[in-house]
Design a protein around this ligand. Structure first.
Ligand code: 3UK
Length: 514
């Protein structure tokens, strides 16, 4: 059981106490512009906290929108907001004004800290909002920029004495359908995620150097790229706009030891690894979507590393099922990490026996609290968080991913999980990426349709379609093979690297069909 004091500000624990505990001169944040030690990070955070209180007139409980790519100032702003007892509302850099407006309204945001390169959309959103007043820009040389105001403030700020169960983050889900949902998390939850996955699965320590792609606005990135390293006195490398090549280069340049990214990035990096010195790398974490066995295998062949897969969700703040080392079973996500429980439920909410596919439900130190959203009752039932994923548990307690429940393909009465077909296709040497969805069909209801990106130099021919279909029939039950295959040069993905299946489903449909 994780125990935290009733009065708790997570930034005191993650930053002030680490400086006090001897990490003042340890590197906290690396980048190509330079390094910030823990003491330097604390200095910035305290000055920003003064700006929030004295210039923006914020009081504890106010919601503060955060916008920016992964960079040191973005991290400092997040920590300052939470240290001053306010609630951080981080937003994905690519969101447009319309989506921002929805979030600002929903979270009743009163101020924003925004990277200067995202000013246009920010100003537009501000003009639409009744609640948002103060906006300050950082990474900016203008005389009214955050940096200039910080320079006038003292580098000492006493953390606001928050309760362990005061909300400190409202994380928004990317929500492909309907309104984005805000998920509320407490100071206690921040500590809990730092003390679960990193301790039992990663076993990270002060010598680690974290690196990766997930934005700090995505709780996968907020944990992996900022909170987890701070908790143990380690360093994080914060870089914007990473490509598979530049991430590998950065692993080499900063001698990173732990990498966080999505399966598609690992697939793209695997064929390039021989050009870089990756000898520093010890652990690689994959999350955001299912890790196909083919990707796990190609990564192992390229680097010798056993990928750590983990399923997390914005609702749960971070990863709750995972496995590392000898506990890894290729194809399975893993077991509930210590502190969490998981089970599989049927449509009526009853537990199903091992080997039966149903809805994944989890329970633990973190959980779902939607901000003013009727969908809360669908996500939390009898104390269990029901994630919307179809999973199966085996007799040894391992959890095997099947598909998102709303992505299951039903063809001629069969339930077919797109990711299983994707995994089969990815084992073919000509396939770089693929996405498998259901396509409406008069006779079968739906047919399995695959969108395939071929590796460079492979020709898009009818013979290749036939070859891929035969290949799938040989590796999984033949009725699952894609009756239709369409070649693409890329697939639609979110900023976090998740395949946008709804876009594939509506691609090529007659107008107005979905
Ligand atoms: C899917 C996975 C299979 C699954 C997230 C780590 O992805 C994160 O949060 P989101 O709210 O999406 C949650 C949904 O994504 N998913 C995530 N990881 C896996 N499916 N295998 C996986 N390893 O459908 C889940 O319900 O965007 C991931 C940490 C924090 C996060 N917020």
């Amino acid at each position: 059981e994780l125990q935290y004091p009733d009065r708790l500000n997570c930034v005191t624990e993650l930053l002030d106490n680490m400086v006090r505990a001897g990490h003042a001169d340890s590197p906290a944040i690396y980048g190509y512009q330079g390094t910030w030690t823990y003491a330097e990070l604390l200095d910035k955070v305290d000055r920003i906290a003064h700006v929030l209180r004295e210039e923006l007139k914020l009081v504890p409980g106010n919601r503060v929108l955060l916008r920016g790519a992964n960079n040191p100032m973005m991290a400092a702003c997040f920590l300052a907001v939470v240290k001053s007892g306010c609630i951080a509302v981080p937003t994905m850099p690519l969101l447009r004004a319309k989506e921002l407006t929805v979030i600002i309204d929903k979270a009743q945001v009163s101020a924003a800290l925004c990277a200067a390169d995202l000013k246009t959309e920010m100003e537009f959103a501000r003009s639409q909002s009744a609640t948002l007043e103060g906006v300050l820009y950082f990474n900016d040389a203008a005389p009214d920029a955050l940096e200039q105001l910080m320079a006038t403030k003292p580098a000492a700020f006493e953390a606001v004495d928050t309760s362990a169960d005061d909300v400190c983050i409202i994380g928004f889900t990317s929500g492909t359908t309907g309104m984005p949902k805000g998920t509320m998390h407490f100071h206690r939850d921040v500590m809990a995620i730092c003390d679960c996955f990193p301790r039992s699965i990663l076993q990270s320590n002060a010598d680690d150097i974290f690196i990766g792609t997930p934005p700090l606005a995505f709780t996968f990135g907020l944990g992996g790229m900022l909170l987890f390293p701070l908790r143990v006195g380690a360093a994080t490398v914060l870089l914007e706009k990473l490509t598979p090549e530049s991430l590998l280069q950065a692993v080499q340049d900063f001698r990173a030891t732990i990498c966080f990214t999505a399966p598609t990035f690992y697939r793209q990096m695997a064929p390039l690894t021989s050009k870089y010195d990756l000898s520093s790398l010890q652990k690689t974490v994959s999350a955001g979507e299912a890790l196909p066995a083919a990707t796990r295998e190609s990564w192992r062949q390229a680097t010798g590393l056993a990928m750590i897969d983990g399923i997390g969700a914005t609702e749960m703040l971070h990863i709750f099922i995972s496995a590392a080392g000898n506990d890894i079973r290729s194809g399975a996500t893993g077991k509930p990490i210590p502190g969490y429980q998981a089970c599989v439920l049927d449509e009526d909410g009853n537990q199903v026996p091992p080997g039966v596919v149903g809805r994944l439900a989890v329970k633990g130190p973190t959980g779902c609290r939607y901000l003013a959203d009727a969908r809360q009752k669908d996500y939390v039932c009898n104390g269990w968080n029901v994630t919307g994923d179809a999973y199966e548990m085996d007799a040894d307690g391992y959890f095997w991913y099947s598909a998102r429940t709303d992505d299951m393909i039903i063809s001629a009465g069969y339930n077919i999980a797109g990711p299983e077909v994707e995994d089969a296709l990815l084992k073919h040497p000509a396939v770089a990426e693929c996405g498998v969805v259901g396509y409406p069909d008069e006779e079968r209801g739906q047919v399995v349709k695959a969108y395939v990106v071929l590796k460079q130099g492979v020709e898009q021919t009818a013979a290749m379609i036939k070859e891929l279909q035969d290949f799938v029939k040989q590796s999984i039950a033949p009725y699952k093979y894609p009756r239709s295959i369409e070649f693409r040069t890329s697939l639609p993905r979110t900023e976090a690297g998740k395949l946008q299946r709804y876009k594939l489903r509506s691609a090529g449909l007659p107008q107005g069909k979905e």
